[in-house]
Design a protein around this ligand. Structure first.
Ligand code: V55
Ligand code: FE
Length: 532
């Protein structure tokens, strides 16, 4: 039995993945996280489960994909809308060599793909991020960074080289595509060819932090990119550097703060006036790393900290509000109205990742690991707020990869999108359909798109109809992988205002494609001209 299986008490077939890993296509396809749903029988749809469940004794099964693909003028069912112009990028881990025993799926090498839309035509291509790690390992013909964010076990060959996999998220900035991993600076890629421009992109020397988040935000008014690095002064440090760059790549602000403890700061919130950091007890575990394990474990019973400070300041005003044990890894939207800060996150009672060790050795519980959209708020009328409020927004929706119309990153917003298992399955004995929920936060209602019977839907991405279209007016797209067709993938395109009416178009690919964590839409008007 693998470590994972020992912890969950579930065998490989009956494995119940967390909402996040499942929606990301990384483990079991369906997510069963309500007590009733937790009894949903396997086998779960998964193209990746066998590839990623670690088996400590024999090492991870060496099932690799590694295909860098080009498919011109893809087959389309329906009609690509004429106002859908630009490109959808996505990135995820695709192990270059079999993962070392005990390693986790988040340590696969970054593989980027692009769906380019042009006058109703769709071209697909996918490439590994040819960063330092990839190039060195390719030369050596084996893995040289064997354990997730553990510098102690690196092969001596990689001294001075970046460990960044760039497998988590992707964003366009200053005419380039930045592939992101929160333990390293970005890798800069060509937006058209996906070729590497700079494997360790430090914004022309302006980036002081050793790391860069996978979740930058775009200021709704200025278009500036606000981002941060944690463990910013190197492995294990409690320093966080927050910074803001213009669309042309000039740094206009940065600040340093210290965290109460070194936990995973996967995402953050930026409102008009504030930066919010949320520290969760998925915290650094030096002993585990010295034993050859991964960077994190879940410290049962430890508090969270909601930290906030003013944008534009020096960070000295930071306040940390202690809260109960919780996990929140992704932010959907946020704003402040002068009196309160509101941050909508996906929140679970504890560790949302089945493959992240529990510090006390207890079994991982899929019910406590299930995430729901939750509103955190802080009352600014108190000079030193003592607590933050926690309000579950949708009790029936389980999911961990929420998105919004990204033009509203720093402002009040109304709509959100979430991959989730069917909240109202017709046959509770069957595996629930993989769905997209379109949430209307003004009415607290939601619409559901149910994916085809055997698919798992990845994170969705919103593309506005035009530069100035009203919020949420445009298209929602995401990759569906078919368990009954060996993981063959489609790109599903929905009218974002009517997801319940079904796809306006489906791009039918002839093959499976690399799995995804996050994706990003780059509109035609932000694309640099193609080089001749
Ligand atoms: C996440 C994904 C990562 C990671 C840390 O929540 C957090 C997602 C794909 O890698 O390293
Ligand atoms: Fe993420």
């Amino acid at each position: 039995m693998s470590k994972n299986e020992e912890q969950t008490g579930l065998d490989r077939r009956g494995f119940i993945g967390s909402a996040l890993t499942a929606a990301a296509g990384l483990t079991a396809g369906a997510v069963a996280a309500t007590p009733a749903a937790a009894q949903v029988p396997g086998p779960m749809a998964s193209d990746m489960l066998d590839r990623y469940v670690p088996t400590p004794k024999e090492g991870r099964k060496p099932q690799l994909f590694r295909a860098e693909l080009t498919i011109r003028d893809c087959e389309v069912e329906g009609k690509i809308p004429s106002d859908l112009r630009g490109a959808f990028y996505r990135v995820g881990p695709d192990a270059q060599y079999p993962l070392a025993p005990g390693n986790i799926p988040f340590d696969g090498e970054g593989h980027v793909s692009q769906f380019a839309f042009n006058n109703g035509r769709v071209d697909f291509q996918s490439r590994f991020v040819h960063n330092e790690r990839y190039v060195e390992q390719d030369k050596a013909g084996r893995i040289l960074f064997p354990m997730y964010r553990n510098p102690y076990v690196n092969d001596p060959l990689v001294k001075g080289k970046s460990r960044g996999t760039h497998n988590t998220h992707i964003i366009n900035h200053n005419g380039m595509l930045l592939a992101l991993k929160e333990d390293s600076p970005p890798a800069a890629l060509d937006l058209h060819t996906l070729e590497i421009i700079d494997p360790v992109y430090r914004f022309g020397g302006q980036l002081q932090s050793e790391t860069f988040t996978a979740h930058p935000k775009i200021d709704s008014r200025t278009g500036n990119m606000i981002a941060f690095g944690y463990e910013a002064k190197g492995h294990g440090t409690d320093d966080v550097n927050v910074f803001e760059y213009t669309p042309q790549g000039r740094k206009v602000w940065d600040a340093w703060v210290k965290v109460p403890y070194v936990g995973m700061l996967h995402d953050f919130a930026v409102t008009e006036h504030f930066i919010v950091l949320y520290v969760i007890p998925l915290a650094i575990d030096h002993e585990q790393m010295k034993r050859g394990g991964i960077h994190w474990s879940w410290y049962n019973g430890q508090p969270t900290y909601f930290g906030f400070f003013r944008r534009g300041g020096d960070g000295k005003d930071v306040q940390w509000i202690k809260g109960p044990e919780r996990s929140a890894t992704h932010m959907m939207g946020c704003w402040d109205d002068g009196k309160h800060i509101y941050v909508d996150v996906e929140m679970s009672a504890y560790n949302p990742f089945p493959f992240m060790p529990m510090r006390d050795g207890s079994r991982w519980d899929p019910v406590k690991g299930a995430s729901r959209m939750t509103r955190l708020s802080v009352d600014l009328s108190k000079k030193t707020p003592k607590d933050y409020s926690i309000e579950v927004l949708y009790q029936n929706l389980i999911g961990a990869l929420p998105r919004q119309d990204d033009r509203y990153n720093t402002e009040p917003y109304r709509y959100g999108f979430l991959p989730c298992p069917d909240p109202d399955p017709k046959d509770p004995a069957k595996r629930p359909s993989s769905c997209y929920a379109r949430m209307d936060l003004a009415t607290r209602k939601f619409q559901i798109y149910r994916g085809e019977e055997d698919v798992t839907l990845a994170e969705a991405c919103f593309a506005p109809r035009s530069k100035d279209a009203p919020e949420g007016s445009g298209y929602l797209m995401g990759v569906a992988s078919h368990s009954k067709e060996n993981g063959r993938c489609d790109l599903v395109i929905l009218d974002a205002e009517h997801v319940d009416q079904g796809p306006v178009a489906i791009v039918r690919l002839p093959t499976k494609i690399v799995g995804q964590i996050h994706g990003w839409w780059v509109p035609e008007w932000q694309m640099p001209p193609k080089k001749a």
